[in-house]
Design a protein around this ligand. Structure first.
Ligand code: SF4
Ligand code: SF4
Length: 160
């Protein structure tokens, strides 16, 4: 990961208490324009940040694989869905289908995804900061300040 991206994660780590307090307040009383604020900061962050300089999500966390994702990925690799599951996936403590290991086995050395056109929905939508009803995923967003430099940057801008 480029140094300037690591800097955003380090800031999130050093300001953890401040961020926790901010998210607690947001959850108690989410502002009406929360979506608009996140969406504007999301656009700004991804104008600056190129995911190919990072790939930290693919390196450290697993997307959830819904059945449709398993079918599409298995077809991409010309495998049967059950064989794809056995080779790459497991059921986690929440009952979700997730990768057996990280970094993701489909991540290439240049940070590209070898299954990009067939990648799971969760990969397409990560880090979820341009979705509607952001107030419903504030715990996830707080967690993502420790994974995704773009989310760390958005939250830091929102606080300051
Ligand atoms: S979504 Fe976030 S964590 Fe994933 S590659 Fe892009 S900047 Fe990095
Ligand atoms: S499937 Fe592709 S986009 Fe999704 S975690 Fe793996 S490498 Fe990243």
């Amino acid at each position: 990961m480029k140094a300037e991206l690591r800097k955003y994660l380090n800031t999130a780590k050093s300001k953890r208490k401040e961020y926790n307090k901010f998210f607690r307040k947001l959850k108690q009383r989410p502002p009406k324009d929360l979506d608009r604020r996140f969406h504007a900061l999301h656009e700004e962050a991804f104008e600056e940040i190129d995911c190919l300089d990072c790939a930290n999500c693919c390196k450290t966390t697993s997307p959830i694989f819904y059945d449709k994702d398993v079918e599409r990925m298995a077809a991409h690799f010309k495998m049967k869905p059950a064989d794809f599951f056995d080779q790459y996936l497991k059921i986690d403590e929440d009952g979700d289908q997730v990768l057996q290991s990280s970094p993701c086995p489909f991540l290439l050395e240049d940070n590209k995804c070898m299954a990009y056109s067939a990648r799971p929905k969760a990969c397409r939508e990560y880090p979820h900061t341009n979705r509607k009803r952001m107030h419903q995923i504030l715990d996830l967003t707080a967690k993502n300040t420790r994974v995704c430099p773009a989310v760390a940057k958005m939250v830091d801008q929102m606080i300051n």
